[in-house]
Design a protein around this ligand. Structure first.
Ligand code: NDP
Length: 246
């Protein structure tokens, strides 16, 4: 199965892959893993020092030199995304993969206590930002011989759960967006799929489950086979599928 996928060492050679939320958690691990397999990775995130640390570890390991795009999905507007797409087009000529990984959990609370501002932030980062970014990037992805668009969902994006409020609802929207794009581009060189990472040892997880022993959870490294499978050409014919990484 895909979560036991064994990637060839040069699986992603000559590919240009953008990862959002690349500074920490699963996005950090995915960025380093893609670079290790030969990709030129574009590291996008809001905390520059974290992105620089990931950049340095990729360069020190001798993997292809990455690029950094500091961007807060909360404040970004369609014109930021248009500029970003133009820069990628200019510098690289094509974009082979996008991993939409950045996500905001917010505060778990009863539905009637969800604050409008918190709702807006979560929808902006998890849905609207991804929408605007994807809209701007698709033309650059269409320049690639084949391109992989990957969204990140969650168990609560398939079945709503008490107290998970805006985050859960935003992940349903993410899955909907992926399905719409997948259907629209069916039969083209652009494929769109979804990953549900499952419980993974990151700061977001420990915020949601403060009493849990992190050692009982899979690490980001352990869930990378699914990420590699989806970014490499072995998944060329998969479209509109939601993959569990565990
Ligand atoms: P982390 O909180 O560890 O990392 C999330 C990353 O997203 C951080 O680098 C963060 O930046 C970035 N980010 C958050 N908000 C913004 C923003 N406004 N603009 C730009 N970047 C932003 O989370 P995980 O690694 O655990 O989660 C990764 C994805 O996986 C998320 O989409 C999450 O919903 C999903 N997921 C995770 C699970 C888990 O168990 N860990 C389970 C199911 C789904 P910064 O470092 O600056 O805060």
């Amino acid at each position: 199965t895909v979560h036991e996928y064994k990637a060839a060492p040069d699986l992603l050679k000559d590919k240009v892959i953008l990862v959002t939320g690349a500074g920490d958690g699963i996005g950090k691990e995915a960025s380093i893993t893609f670079a290790k397999h030969g990709a030129t990775v574009i590291l996008l995130g809001r905390t520059v020092e974290k992105l620089e640390a990931v950049y340095d570890s990729i360069v020190e390991a001798g993997y292809p030199q990455p690029a950094i795009i500091p961007l807060d999905l909360k404040g970004a507007t369609p014109s930021h995304y248009r500029d970003m797409a133009a820069t990628i087009q200019e510098q690289f000529g094509q974009l082979d993969g996008v991993l939409h990984n950045a996500g905001l959990l917010g505060i778990l609370s009863p539905f009637t206590h969800i604050e409008k501002d918190s709702w807006d932030d979560i929808m902006q980062v998890n849905v609207t930002g991804q929408f605007a970014m994807t809209q701007a990037l698709i033309p650059v992805m269409e320049k690639a011989p084949n391109a992989s668009l990957v969204f990140t969902s969650s168990g609560v994006g398939r079945k709503g759960r008490a107290y998970w409020g805006a985050y859960s609802i935003s992940k349903f929207a993410t899955e909907g967006m992926a399905e719409v794009i997948a259907d629209e581009y069916e039969g083209t060189k652009l494929r769109t799929n979804v990953i549900n990472p499952g419980a993974t040892r990151t700061s977001m997880r420990s915020k949601a489950y403060p009493a849990e022993d992190p050692k009982s959870l899979k690490t980001p490294t352990e869930i990378m086979p699914t990420y590699l499978y989806l970014m490499g050409d072995d998944s060329k014919h998969d479209n509109g599928i939601c993959f569990d990484a565990q």
